[in-house]
Design a binder for this molecule. Structure first.
Ligand code: SAM
Length: 340
């Protein structure tokens, strides 16, 4: 039987502890899958509070595992929680939670990288992009090997307003290796400033809301963990296609300790590199001797706008990849050496 709190809000009934669930269902963490569990429900409550008010919210939890964060979400006054878990061993324990929270918890045995959340919640939750965020939240403590590619995929979804962002500016509260959390929020000039900082900050308001020491997890990971909260911006700071922004940013950070013109130059074929890099930087009004870490999001906005114009003028430019050119050049050299 579920229990009602003083205001009639739902509370889970007394249940075995997460440690007992792990023992009961023989859920030893698989080290190769980077499974690190949170057993302390005060800590999982704290993470869930960082998502903001969840009253009547529809929540998508990724990688619930033995269900610590899941319990805290269920106790937060939500309308519905949908969890997607890849490892079938966790399903019976989650089923037990679902029985204790009738009509509140939907369990999907699947992969967050392919699951289509845009069809899972009622259409009526959808908001205009410019409106306040919808009452839809993503929360998760995933393995680090999944959370970084997933955030890149979701940032691309933000830019296209699809996937989880078909509902509007869906907020996300996710864990990352602490260094990655620091990169996501790093400002201009900081040591941690990187590709991820620009990609996240041009599309979202990003806050590092909590640091959890590694020792809070079982088994203990090598590193501490950062909880990061994302709210998509009503207006992206760079209004160019995601793939174009990604290309400019990736190239700029190619040589992070060198002047930015070195990395940005790699956007252009070698024969015209000097001239076209000069034109890009001059038209974007960016000092070529700034380091990539010293570039602001608005520098990247100008660089992307000018690069876009250059791509419109030269339809082959966007497809250019300096690594391929290097490979062709070295293959040609080997062939020439073989012939002589
Ligand atoms: N959220 C739980 C906690 O905090 O204790 C478990 C955290 S554990 C680091 C990550 C969980 O994500 C595991 O249960 C793992 O099986 C699951 N997982 C890993 N990759 C996944 C994927 N691609 N799709 C869905 N679940 C995944």
């Amino acid at each position: 039987m579920a229990v009602s709190g003083p205001l009639g809000t739902f509370r889970l009934p007394p249940l075995p502890t997460i440690r007992e669930i792990i023992r009961l269902f023989k859920l030893q963490a698989v080290k190769q899958l980077s499974q690190n569990f949170l057993l302390d429900l005060r800590l999982t409550d704290k993470i869930v509070r960082k998502a903001g008010s969840l009253t009547n919210a529809y929540v998508y939890e990724v990688g619930p595992g033995p269900g610590g964060i899941t319990r805290s979400i269920l106790n937060a006054g939500i309308a519905e929680l949908l969890v997607v878990e890849k490892d079938s061993r966790f399903i019976p324990g989650l089923q037990m939670l679902s029985d204790a929270a009738p009509g509140k918890l939907r369990i999907v045995h699947g992969d967050v990288l392919t699951f289509k959340i845009e069809r899972a919640f009622p259409e009526s939750l959808k908001r205009q992009w410019e409106d306040d965020p919808p009452n839809v939240h993503i929360i998760g403590n995933l393995p680090f090997s999944v959370s970084t590619p997933l955030i890149i995929k979701w940032l691309e979804n933000v830019s296209h307003r699809n996937g989880p962002f078909a509902y509007g500016r869906t907020q996300m509260t996710l864990t990352f290796q602490k260094e990655v959390a620091e990169r996501l929020i790093a400002s201009k000039g900081s040591k941690q400033r990187s590709r991820l900082s620009i990609m996240a900050q041009y599309l979202c308001g990003v806050q590092h809301v909590l640091t959890i020491p590694g020792r809070a997890f079982v088994p203990k990971p090598e590193v501490d963990v950062g909880v990061v909260h994302f709210t998509p911006l009503t207006q992206p700071k760079i209004e160019q296609p995601f793939k174009l922004v990604e290309k400019v940013v990736q190239n700029a950070f190619q040589f992070r300790r060198k002047y930015c013109y070195r990395g940005l130059g790699m956007l252009f074929p070698e024969a015209q590199r000097m001239e076209r890099t000069g034109k890009l930087l001059e038209s974007a009004d960016v000092d070529p001797t700034l380091r990539p870490t010293q570039l602001s999001v608005s520098h990247f906005q100008s660089l992307c706008d000018v690069y876009r114009k250059m791509c419109d003028e030269d339809p082959h430019l966007f497809a250019y990849n300096f690594r391929e050119e290097l490979r062709h050049t070295s293959e040609k050299r080997e062939r020439d050496d073989g012939e002589s």
